[in-house]
Design a protein around this ligand. Structure first.
Ligand code: SF4
Length: 359
C-alpha cells in the first residue's frame, strides 16, 4: 500500500461525503469534548438533539462548571450512561480551575472519565495532534483492510489495529483523517452489507480481495445477561406525584428521581406486604394499589423488568426525607432516567392517571 495515496483518498472522500454534524462546525475543544463524551456508546442521530440542548443550556465550560449536578443530569436525562454526565461535570470544574483546556492527549487522560480513545479524539480534532483514534468503526475498517483475525472485541485485534492505525495517520491532518476513518466505518464499511463499490480504498482491502468482507471481523461471543426485577409504586395526589431522589451511593442511577421503588423483591400482593414496604404514614392511603403493567429497560448487561403499581389519593401525607410531592408538569424537567420515563409514559394511559401528561 502507498501510504500517502491511501491518506489522500481517505481525506478527499471525507471532504465530499462527511455528514454535516453540529460538532463539526469548528474545532473548539469544548464542543469537541462534549460531542466525544456523548457519542460514547450512543448513536449519532440520538446524540444530535441532546448535544444542541446541552450546548444551549451550558454554552461554555465555565457555565458547566458552575452548574448544579442535578441540572446537568436533568439536561442529560434520556441519553443514558449517566456516569458520563457526572464525570463531564467534574472535568469542567477541573478545567475551569486550571483556566485552560489540556492541549494534548496525555494531559486529557489525567481528567476523570477520559480514556485513551477520547483523549486521542479530542487532541487530534481540536489540536491536530498526530495520534490515531481507534473506535469500533476503525477496528472494523482496519481489520478488513488487512484481513486480520480475531473477533471485534478481542484485545489482541484491538492492539494490532492500534499499531496499524498509528502508522496510517496523515501527519498534517490527523483530526480529519481520524474522523474520515470513523466516518468510513459508520457509513460505508458497515458491519452488515458494506458498500465496497463506494469505498475509496477498496483496491487496498485484503478482505474485499479475498471475498471475506462479511466474516471479518469475527462476531464476539455473546455476553451473559442478568435479569433484575423492580417493584414501583406511583402515588398521585391531584396534579402532584410523590418522587424520591436516589442516594449518591445507590447501585442504579444514583441521585436520579424515581417513584417509590424496591429492587429484587417479589411484588406485594397483600395489604400487610404493602404495609411492610411503605413509609409509616403512607400505608393508610395506599392499602390497595392497582397493578398497571410492566416496563422493560436494559442497562449494560442487565435487563430490568419493573412491575408498576399506582394509586390516586385524596390525602397528601408529609413527604419523608429525600422524597417530595412534585407537579406532574415539572417532572419532565427533573433528572429522571429512561428507566422511570418509561414508567410515567405507561401509567398516563391508565384511567387513574389520564388527566395528566408526561413528555
Ligand atoms: Fe470496508 Fe469494503 Fe472498503 Fe474493505 S473495500 S474497507 S470491506 S468498505
Amino acid at each position: 500500500m502507498n501510504k500517502s495515496t491511501f491518506q489522500k483518498k481517505i481525506l478527499v472522500w471525507y471532504q465530499k461525503n462527511k455528514r454535516p454534524l453540529p460538532w463539526r462546525l469548528n474545532q473548539d475543544p469544548y464542543r469537541v469534548w462534549i460531542s466525544e463524551i456523548m457519542l460514547q456508546q450512543t448513536q449519532v442521530q440520538t446524540v444530535i438533539p441532546y448535544y444542541e440542548k446541552f450546548l444551549n443550556r451550558f454554552p461554555t465550560v465555565l457555565a458547566l462548571a458552575q452548574a448544579k449536578e442535578e441540572d446537568v443530569l436533568a439536561c442529560w436525562a434520556g441519553l443514558g450512561y449517566y456516569r458520563r454526565a457526572r464525570q463531564l461535570h467534574v472535568c469542567a470544574k477541573n478545567i475551569a480551575n486550571q483556566n485552560s483546556f489540556p492541549n494534548n492527549a496525555k494531559d486529557w487522560q489525567q481528567l476523570p472519565g477520559i480514556g485513551p480513545y477520547t483523549a486521542s479524539a479530542i487532541a487530534s480534532i481540536a489540536y491536530n495532534e498526530p495520534i490515531a483514534v481507534v473506535d469500533g468503526n476503525v477496528i472494523r475498517v482496519i481489520a478488513r483492510l488487512y484481513a486480520l483475525t480475531g473477533h471485534a472485541k478481542s484485545p489482541a485485534l484491538k492492539s494490532s489495529v492500534d499499531t496499524i492505525a498509528q502508522t496510517l495517520i496523515a501527519p498534517k491532518q490527523p483530526g480529519d483523517f481520524n474522523q474520515a476513518m470513523m466516518e468510513l466505518g459508520a457509513t460505508v464499511c458497515t458491519p452488515q452489507s458494506p458498500q465496497c463499490h463506494l469505498c475509496p480504498v477498496h483496491q487496498y482491502c485484503s478482505a474485499y480481495q479475498q471475498g471475506k468482507v462479511e466474516t471479518i471481523p469475527a462476531v464476539p461471543p455473546k455476553k451473559k445477561i442478568q435479569q433484575i426485577h423492580r417493584t414501583v409504586l406511583v402515588i398521585l395526589n391531584k396534579q402532584k406525584v410523590l418522587i424520591q431522589q436516589r442516594p449518591a451511593d445507590a447501585k442504579w442511577l444514583p441521585q436520579f428521581y424515581t417513584p417509590l421503588e424496591w429492587w429484587n423483591t417479589a411484588n406485594p400482593d397483600t395489604a400487610k406486604q404493602w404495609q411492610d414496604l411503605l413509609p409509616p404514614n403512607f400505608f393508610k392511603i395506599c392499602k390497595t394499589p392497582v397493578f398497571m403493567g410492566k416496563t422493560k429497560h436494559t442497562i449494560t448487561d442487565h435487563h430490568i423488568t419493573s412491575s408498576i403499581f399506582g394509586i390516586a389519593t385524596t390525602h397528601k401525607p408529609k413527604a419523608p426525607k429525600n422524597h417530595q410531592w412534585t407537579e406532574w408538569d415539572s417532572l419532565a424537567q427533573k433528572a429522571i432516567a429512561n428507566l422511570d420515563r418509561k414508567v410515567f409514559q405507561l401509567i398516563i394511559k391508565h384511567p387513574l392517571f389520564n388527566s395528566i401528561a408526561f413528555k
